[in-house]
Design a protein around this ligand. Sequence first.
Ligand SMILES: [Zn+2]
Ligand SMILES: [Zn+2]
Ligand SMILES: [Zn+2]
Ligand SMILES: [Zn+2]
Ligand SMILES: [Zn+2]
Ligand SMILES: [Zn+2]
Ligand SMILES: [Zn+2]
Length: 307
Amino acid sequence: MSTTQKPVLLETNDELDCSICFELALDAVQCPSCAHNIACFSCATQIVRTNPVCPWCRCPWRSVRACPEITRRILRSPAKCGFTGCNFRSNYASVSSHIPECEFKNMIQCTNEGCNKRINRNALNDHLKKCYFRKIQCRYCNANVVHNQIKRHLKESCPEAFIRCLCSESIKRKNIQQHMELCDYGEAVCDNHDVGCDWEGILRDKFDHMDNCPFEKASIIVSSLQLRCSTKETENKELKRKLEHALREVEQKKIELQLAANEMLRIQAQSARQQDYVYVQTTRPQHRYPTSQHHSDAKQAEGCTIS
Ligand SMILES: [Zn+2]
Ligand SMILES: [Zn+2]
Ligand SMILES: [Zn+2]
Ligand SMILES: [Zn+2]
Ligand SMILES: [Zn+2]
Ligand SMILES: [Zn+2]
Ligand SMILES: [Zn+2]
């Protein structure tokens, strides 16, 4: 934090700010021809140096007018000291003279996350060495751990820290699960759990239990049933396969039959058309003779036979 801290106004007021950089214009100046905007001295100097034209009315700036009224208003405005921890409040002028003597001027916040201590700037290094929130390296896993959390880290989470198992062996935390699978004190359930035995305990007692487990007989029966079931399952699978094969063959035969039937129909239709043609050929000449002539022919024929 800077020691050139400025007073902080309790109420912001746009009229007191530079229209160019929006900072408080303690040394405000105005354009001689247009008078509604103010610029701070450093912004005005910049304009005069680069392009001496009023930014608002574009008139040339040969000289600018100081605004002592703005300065007076700022100096009278209520303000507070800007150093953290200091409660000094007064008008801007008094706060300005307070700041160089402010006792909080050299007080800074400890840089460690979580530490709220404010210390004199010169004492910071000493504080950082013993701050409860400083980070230290875990001697087992090398992780950076906040000093006041190291005990907890070792007790609850450090993967490289040693834990004493009930079997009295010391094991690294990261290996404990692997160890418990083999340790006499690891959790165990009865081998007949699936057929209904609820026994749970430690591995050391499991062998005793297995010798006396009331579900042992049931387990044997279940195993033989399971074996039979699986044999049946295999047989079923084979039968299903055969059935599917047979069904596929039936489908194939059906298609072949259908094709043959279609072919037969086609041949029948063709031969029927040929017969029709023959019939038309043989009957057509009869229609050429009138019926009466037909008759007289017949009569002549009759007469001939009679005579
Ligand atoms: Zn400015
Ligand atoms: Zn102007
Ligand atoms: Zn102060
Ligand atoms: Zn600290
Ligand atoms: Zn560790
Ligand atoms: Zn163990
Ligand atoms: Zn059991």
